[in-house]
Design a protein around this ligand. Structure first.
Ligand code: ZN
Length: 384
């Protein structure tokens, strides 16, 4: 990329970004699964299978879902050199947006504590129906977006309205010159990027018949498809966790963080889970358990995931589970408790066994003969 070739990172070794495996002659690619197809050549990341050739900035941008200027800035920081001036305008634009999200999140958190019936209703949901602890609510940064016109007016007064609009926090009304917000009267979950900056929000409806969950629209700092919701463990001093559990909702992530902290939790943001997200998690964990809701929709979406992506993820490190009785992870944890959750997680199945036990359960009631099983597995790209 042009931008990088203009910048002289003296002594910069791309291996420090890629990781220890890059000291081998060839290693597994970060962008697809094919054993040993990636190499380092002339300080570039190359893969013979997917045909990429990335310099350091491009590699980091692609891998961590960053813009090129963010990636250049991060490398500059690692190299303890000055950030190149040509990337500053783009960085400043982004920083402004992160700052607004940060400030708005602080306001939303204050509003969750206010003495009015709407905030009390939001608190009831969080503390009584979901039985969350206040330290976890604090830690996750959960807030409340008031429904009042006054709150929107204050936002527009205190921040740049155009930027608020770009971030999806407010929307211009078609009827008059004013603004409204799709987040009004919603419980708010800040969504952070890998570097801890708030890139978006998720909002949960508390009453009425609007969509149950909505997310910020895509913006300069947020791409829904590639993002994941997670809450870092509040107990940072503990040893690094080895297993990550992928769940469906924000509440499952938070409930797991509070109630079963042997694992870290991740959820997609209203889009189907994609293999890039799973590979992203696998960079930091030894193992991933995909634990969708236990209802028919959850099982089917797990089967769909396996069917579409079985060939492109490292299957020996990914396993699957369907919770009993249509429960989601939050319900399971609240009803059955931590040790039942841990033991059911230990029974997570390989892709092949998950398909055999779920797809075929309905396909053949009498007996699953080997031929049917082989054909069914074959249609899922699984070759026993
Ligand atoms: Zn590749």
């Amino acid at each position: 990329m042009k931008i990088m070739s203009n910048i002289n990172f003296s002594n910069f070794d791309i291996r420090s970004l890629v990781g220890p495996q890059s000291h081998q002659e060839s290693f597994d690619c970060d962008f697809h699964v094919d054993a040993g197809s990636a190499t380092i050549q002339d300080n570039h990341y190359c893969c013979s299978a997917c045909g990429v050739k990335f310099d350091g900035a491009m590699y980091l941008a692609q891998r961590d879902n960053l813009s090129l200027s963010e990636s250049v800035a991060l490398i500059s920081r690692m190299q303890k050199t000055k950030i190149p001036t040509e990337v500053l305008p783009d960085l400043k634009d982004k920083l402004k947006l992160y700052k607004i999200n940060q400030s708005v999140n602080e306001l939303l958190r204050e509003h969750l504590q206010k003495d009015n019936k709407w905030a009390a209703n939001a608190r009831d949901y969080v503390f009584k129906s979901r039985e969350l602890r206040s330290d976890i609510v604090e830690h996750a940064g959960i807030g409340f977006f008031p429904g009042s016109k006054q709150f929107i007016d204050n936002l527009v007064r205190d921040f740049d309205a155009e930027l608020l609009e770009n971030l999806g926090l407010i929307t211009k009304s078609k009827r008059d010159k004013g603004y409204f917000s799709l987040f009004s009267n919603r419980l708010m979950f800040p969504i952070k990027n890998k570097y801890g900056q708030i890139c978006a929000f998720g909002g949960r409806q508390l009453e009425g018949d609007r969509a149950k969950y909505i997310n910020s629209s895509n913006s300069l700092i947020f791409q829904k498809r590639n993002s994941l919701y997670t809450v870092p463990s509040p107990t940072v001093e503990k040893t690094k966790k080895e297993v990550a559990v992928v769940v469906e909702g924000y509440m499952d992530v938070i409930s797991g963080t509070q109630r079963a902290d042997r694992f870290d939790y991740f959820a997609g943001l209203g889009t189907a889970l994609n293999p890039g997200q799973v590979r992203h998690i696998l960079r930091s964990y030894d193992e991933v358990i995909i634990c969708k809701d236990g209802d028919k929709a959850g099982v089917n979406s797990t089967l769909d995931f396996i069917k579409s992506h079985n060939s492109v993820i490292e299957n020996n490190r990914v396993s699957y589970i369907a919770l009993p009785d249509n429960m989601d992870p939050d319900e399971f944890l609240r009803n059955k408790g931590q040790s039942a959750f841990y033991s059911i997680m230990e029974s997570a199945l390989s892709a092949k066994d998950f398909v055999a036990s779920h797809a075929l359960r309905s396909a053949s009631k009498n007996s699953v003969d080997d031929l049917v099983e082989a054909e069914a597995l074959d249609s899922f790209g699984i070759h026993p």
